[in-house]
Each structure stands twice: as structure tokens, then as C-alpha cells.
Design a protein around this ligand. Structure first.
Ligand code: ADP
Length: 679
């Protein structure tokens, strides 16, 4: 936005002044030069005239001298012959007693010769002329005639600058007055004393003076040019400095105006009420938009008025006291909370700061006020206070409740402490019982271990001797006896198996079974196990499939064989028709593992029975199983041996009435301490 300032006009005025000064200066210098040239010319003229007069005076003096003496006699020469125009004078020519001849030279004649010589010597020539010359060669030229005519009319002098003999010259002529001496020669012409007989003129060539004058004028012009240039340079300097100064003024004025606009826009955009009062009367002189909005009055209504024109007296009194307080110390005051009634009658709570604006001498000029509307904040604070009070009340109530609960809790705590004490006591008792049980377990294991020998010895005798009798190695037995002997043999074997299993279980539980690894071929163990049941499989007309691998093993061979026998025993026991297959292969993901599965197409196992299957003494009741003998220890023992001795795992998949597959996955090698080695 272009702001036209008074200084813009100042700049125009300045340009004009400088222009006028330059014009005046130039005209002055031109006038001075002209005046000086004119003077120079006048001086030249005066000089030339002076020279002309000097020559004239000399001629005049010389002629006067000649006239006074009535002429002079000179010896006649070729250059000065006897003057024929004086022939009427009787003594024109005389002869001296010595015989020397002399002729009379009248003043004019003398002068003419002098002038001719002078002209030859110095270039300044003179002439004597007359309207009635005796000598026709003295007849006047046009200029001389004019001069002579002027003399006749009474002029005492005639001079002009004119062209003479093709050069510029000053020509001066003065009248020649008839004197007594003149009459000697000119009386016959009718002249009497006092008449104007003619004129004596001097002709001074101007050329040398003109040269001097030209030089002087040139010097004058040069000096004027120099003076003009100095003056003009000064003017140019003044112009630029003045222009810079004025532009600076313009700029600063604009800056001030812009800064005022800037301040205005800030004040207008401040969201708080901003007002200014004059210090003398405390009347509003300024109000911003936020103030208008807050109070509901337009600034036109407010400007020029004071507190009492708008606000209730008690409010106006308060505001005025505070305004005066500002000026009493000339420092800022802060009113944290004051209420003001607006045009619409509602009350606003303000947080106001008032500060004095002073002049350079420190006298108060204005009061600046900034008021923030804190009505909503105050309202919110009030509500928060109310809420707080409610909360405090509730906290108090709750505290009472909590204290009551605390008492209850203390009782409960006490009860809890008693319970914990009881529990500790029970734990102690349990610990003691546990130790007792462990002791009993140890005693049981010791009992079983020692009893196993005592039980197995007679059992082996029963099995051995009943087998000898049944095979009729000691003599023939009848059919009934054979039946009884078979029962004895089967029961003995069952009992032996049971005893063996019980012993193994008790050993495992007592942690007394160690791995005894040895090197062997897996194929051999599988063959051995399958061979054990070959006869029974054949008798039951089951088909047998064996897929085996020659894998070098380093593990507990005896326990692996025991596991295989248990699994095969079950497969054969619980399969009435179909097949039993044994498969051995290396682990699919880990080639250091060996997986041996025993699959049958027997009665299968229900899925819900899976979790209980590997527990000790678990046998499932079903009509199909009723006649099948067993102890419920086989799978329990197998799992224990696979996991704890062979360091592997046992997996089961089975479908009821369709068949079962038991797989044991074990490392091919375990170290002496019995840890699985997977390469
Ligand atoms: P048991 O001496 O009774 O065979 P096990 O511990 O070997 O004891 O087996 C527990 C039970 O698991 C068996 O009583 C039987 O019901 C079931 N069982 C084991 N193997 C098979 C199988 N191959 N097919 C069907 N049921 C089986």
C-alpha cells in the first residue's frame, strides 16, 4: 500500500528548489560573465580611446607648437619640397646669407609628415582633413565628412569603431579651431579665428586590443565556468544529500506510520480487552475490538467518556482508585479479580493489568489497561470447588467406612495369620509324613527287591518242573494231568511276569535303574523280539510284517528289547484277526533318532482313555478285554523305560475297534551317563 506522506511533497518542493537554485546560479554566472565581458570590452574601448587620445594630444601639441611658430623652415628635400599650396606666402622660400635655402613648412604639413612616419613606425595613423582642403589629397572620406559635419553642428568629438583599410579600428576626430597662427596660410580662404577649419583624426587598429580582449574574455569565461562548475557540484551534492535526507525522513515517517499500523493491528487482534485513558481526565481514548465485544459498547460510545458514564458507582469508584494508584507510583499494577457490569447487565470477572505511559520527562500521558475475561475460568473454579467439597465429603464418608473395613480386615488378617500358622504347622507335619513315606517307600523297595529273589526262586522251580512234567521227560502224563500242568505253567509264568514288572516298577520309582549302553545292530533286536512271538502270531493266524534297518545303536539293548516285547505282547494279545507289523526307520527330521512302531489291527483304544493309558495298573474294562490276562503295568513300565533309560519318547495313535500304533522314538546313541546323543 502506497502511503502519501507530507515528506513526499517535501521531496517535490526540494526538487523544485534545487532546480530553481541551479537556474539562478546559472543565470547569475551567465550575467556575471556577460557583465565582465561587457566591462572588458568597455575597458578595451577605453584603452583604445585613451591611446587614440594620447596620439591626438601629441599631434595636437605638435601642431600647436608649429602654429605658435608660424611654421618652421627646413631645407627643401625630395621628401619635403616647397609646399605649392603656400606659394601665396611671400617668404615661403628663403636663402640664408650662407646661401643655404630654406622652405616654409606650415603646421599641417609638418603634422602630416609626422603622422606618416608614425604610421610607418607604429601602425597608428592620423589625418588632418577639412571640408575645404587646400591640398585635395586632404579631402575627407565618408566617415571624416560625417565627423566634420557633426563638428560644424557643434560636436566636440566624434569617434566610432569601424572598418578602416580592411581592419577594425577606432577612429577618433576632434575639430581643428582656427587660431591666429592659422591665418597666415588660410586667411585667404576666408577663415577667421575661432572657425572650425577641419578636424584632426587618429586611427588606432583594434587587432592587438582585440587579441588581448579575447584572451581576457577567455580567461573570464574559463573562471566563470570553473565557478559555475563548483557551484553546480555543490548544488548536485546538496541535491543528493538533501534527497537522501528527505528520503530517509520519508522512510522513517513511513516506518513510523507502518509501525503504528502494525501496533494497531496487534492491539486490535489481542483477544483481551485493551483500553487507553488519558492521564488527566481518565477518559477513554482508545478501545480495541475485544473490549467492545466484552462490554457491549461500541468504541464511538466509549471514547471521550470515563468510568462513571458506564459503570455502577461502586465499580466506577473502584476503577478510578486503581487508575490513580497507577499514577501515584508510575508503575504497573495488577488486579487479579475485578467485576464489571456490561451493557447487557451481566457481570464479567476480569484479570486486569494497568500501566502508565509517560513522556520523556516522566510525566504521565496515558494509562494502558489490559483485561482478560476470566468469568468462565472463575465459574469452572467454583464448580470444581463444589465438586471438591462433594468429593471431600464422600472421601470423609468413605474414610469412615474404610476405617470400619480396616478393623474387619485386621480381624481377618489376624485370622489369616492363624490359618497360615496352622498351614505351616500342617506343612511341617506333611514334611514329616513325606519323609516317613519316603522311608516307607524305601523300605517297600528294599522289601520288593529282597522278596523278588525269594519269590522268583520257587516260581522258577514251579515253571521248570511243570514244564518237565508237561513234556513227559520223566514219564507219561494223561490228558487231565496235562491240562492241570498247563494251568500251573501259565499261572507260574504270569506270576513271574508280574513279579518282574513289580520289581522293575519299584526300581524305577526308587531311581535305581541306570542305563547300560552297549553297541548293537537295531535289526537284531527287532528280529529277536518278533521271533519271541512268532509262534503265537502263527497260532492266531495273524499276518506279520517286519520292516527293519541295520542301524548301529549304542544304548541299553536289554531295556529296548523289554519295551519291544511289551508292545508286541499287547499287539498280539489285543488282536484277534488281521495283522501285526513292526517298522523301524531313522527319524524324518533328525537322522540321529530311531523310530520303531508296532501296529496292529486289534480292538483299538478309545480316545478318552488315552490320558490314563500310561498310568500304573490301568486296565480298561470291556467285554473284549475280559478274557485277556494282564497286569496293567506293561505300558507304564515301557514309558518309564523309554523316557528315563532310553531317553526317548513314546507316541500313540489308535482308533477304537480298528487298531493301534505305538511308536517309540529314541536316540541311536546315548552316552555312559545315559544322556541322549543326537549328534
Ligand atoms: P496289560 O497287562 O493289561 O496289557 P498294559 O499296561 O500293557 O497292561 O496295557 C494297559 C491296557 O491298555 C490294557 O489293559 C489294554 O486295555 C490296553 N492296551 C494296551 N495295548 C493295547 C493294544 N495294542 N490294543 C488294544 N488295547 C491295548
Amino acid at each position: 500500500m502506497a502511503i502519501k506522506t507530507t515528506n513526499d511533497k517535501g521531496l517535490t518542493y526540494f526538487y523544485r528548489t534545487i532546480g530553481a537554485a541551479a537556474l539562478v546560479w546559472t543565470v547569475t554566472v551567465i550575467c556575471s560573465a556577460s557583465w565582465n565581458i561587457y566591462n572588458e570590452r568597455q575597458q578595451t574601448l577605453a584603452l583604445v580611446k585613451k591611446e587614440a587620445l594620447a596620439n591626438f594630444n601629441k599631434d595636437y601639441a605638435f601642431r600647436l607648437w608649429g602654429t605658435k611658430h608660424g611654421g618652421v623652415y627646413v631645407p627643401p628635400t625630395g621628401q619635403t619640397p616647397p609646399n605649392p599650396y603656400l606659394s601665396h606666402i611671400p617668404d615661403r622660400d628663403i636663402t640664408l646669407p650662407s646661401g643655404k635655402r630654406l622652405t616654409l613648412m606650415n603646421p599641417a604639413y609638418m603634422l602630416r609628415q609626422l603622422m606618416a612616419d608614425f604610421d610607418e613606425l607604429y601602425g597608428i595613423n592620423g589625418r588632418i582633413t577639412s571640408l575645404k582642403p587646400l591640398n585635395p589629397s586632404n579631402a575627407p572620406d565618408a566617415w571624416e565628412r560625417e565627423a566634420l559635419t557633426a563638428f560644424e553642428k557643434g560636436a566636440k568629438e566624434f569617434f566610432t569603431i569601424t572598418e578602416h583599410h580592411r581592419q577594425r579600428s577606432l577612429r577618433l576626430m576632434r575639430p581643428m579651431v582656427v587660431q591666429a597662427g592659422c591665418l597666415k596660410c588660410h586667411a585667404h580662404q576666408g577663415y577667421k579665428e575661432g572657425d572650425i577649419r577641419g578636424g584632426v583624426g587618429v586611427n588606432v587598429p583594434m587587432a592587438p586590443y582585440m587579441t588581448m580582449e579575447k584572451k581576457a574574455i577567455n580567461a573570464l569565461l574559463l573562471s566563470h565556468l570553473v565557478i559555475w562548475s563548483i557551484g553546480s557540484t555543490m548544488l548536485v551534492l546538496v541535491f543528493f544529500r538533501g534527497k537522501r535526507f528527505i528520503l530517509g525522513q520519508v522512510k522513517s515517517q513511513k516506518a513510523i506510520m507502518q509501525s503504528e499500523e502494525f501496533v494497531d493491528s496487534i492491539v486490535e487482534n489481542i483477544p483481551d480487552m485493551v483500553f487507553v485513558k488519558d492521564a488527566a481526565n481518565l477518559r477513554f481514548v482508545r478501545f480495541n475490538k475485544a473490549g467492545e465485544k466484552l462490554l457491549g459498547y461500541s468504541r464511538e460510545e466509549l471514547i471521550g467518556k470515563n468510568n462513571y458514564d458506564f459503570f455502577p458507582k461502586h465499580e466506577a469508584d473502584f476503577f478510578t482508585i486503581k487508575d490513580r494508584e497507577v499514577f501515584s507510583n508510575n508503575q504497573l499494577i495488577e488486579i487479579r479479580e475485578e467485576t464489571v457490569r456490561t451493557r447487557h447487565g451481566d457481570e464479567k470477572v476480569l484479570h486486569t493489568k494497568k500501566l502508565p505511559i509517560l513522556d520523556r520527562e516522566g510525566n504521565p500521558l496515558y494509562l494502558l489497561g489490559i483485561s482478560e475475561d476470566i468469568t468462565e475460568r472463575k465459574q469452572a473454579e467454583k464448580e470444581i470447588r463444589k465438586l471438591n467439597e462433594g468429593l471431600e465429603q464422600r472421601v470423609r464418608e468413605r474414610t469412615v467406612e474404610l476405617e470400619a473395613k480396616g478393623l474387619e480386615l485386621r480381624d481377618s488378617q489376624r485370622a489369616l495369620v492363624n490359618i497360615v500358622e496352622d498351614l505351616n504347622m500342617k506343612t511341617e507335619e506333611l514334611k514329616k509324613a513325606n519323609i516317613k513315606l519316603q522311608e516307607m517307600d524305601r523300605v517297600k523297595s528294599m522289601f520288593i527287591a529282597s522278596m523278588s529273589h525269594e519269590l522268583r526262586t520257587p516260581l522258577n522251580s514251579i515253571i521248570g518242573f511243570s514244564s518237565i512234567l508237561l513234556n513227559e521227560w520223566v514219564g507219561p502224563v494223561n490228558a487231565e494231568q496235562k491240562g492241570n500242568l498247563s494251568t500251573i505253567l501259565r499261572s507260574g509264568r504270569h506270576l513271574l511276569n508280574l513279579i518282574n514288572d513289580v520289581i522293575d516298577v519299584s526300581k524305577i520309582e526308587a531311581g535305581r535303574i541306570d542305563s547300560v549302553p552297549e553297541d548293537f545292530d537295531l535289526h537284531d533286536v527287532i528280529e529277536e523280539a518278533v521271533h519271541f512271538f512268532a509262534k503265537e502270531i502263527d497260532e492266531k493266524k495273524l499276518s506279520l510284517t517286519v520292516e527293519s534297518i541295520h542301524q548301529e545303536m549304542h544304548t541299553d539293548r536289554r531295556r529296548l528289547l523289554q519295551c519291544m516285547l511289551n508292545l508286541l505282547s499287547n499287539a498280539v494279545k489285543y488282536t484277534e484277526k488281521g495283522s501285526v507289523s513292526v517298522q523301524a526307520r531313522l527319524g524324518v527330521r533328525d537322522r540321529n533318532l530311531v523310530e520303531i512302531s508296532v501296529e496292529d489291527t486289534g480292538i483299538g483304544i478309545r480316545e478318552e482313555d488315552f490320558p490314563k493309558l500310561f498310568n500304573a495298573f490301568v486296565r480298561f474294562d470291556s467285554p473284549m478285554r475280559a478274557s485277556i490276562p494282564g497286569t496293567g503295568l506293561g505300558l507304564y513300565l515301557t514309558k518309564k523305560l523309554v523316557t528315563e533309560v532310553l531317553k526317548g519318547d513314546i507316541l500313540l495313535s489308535s482308533r477304537h475297534r480298528e487298531g493301534s500304533t505305538f511308536s517309540i522314538v529314541i536316540p541311536a546313541r546315548i552316552d555312559e551317563k545315559g544322556f541322549g546323543n543326537r549328534g
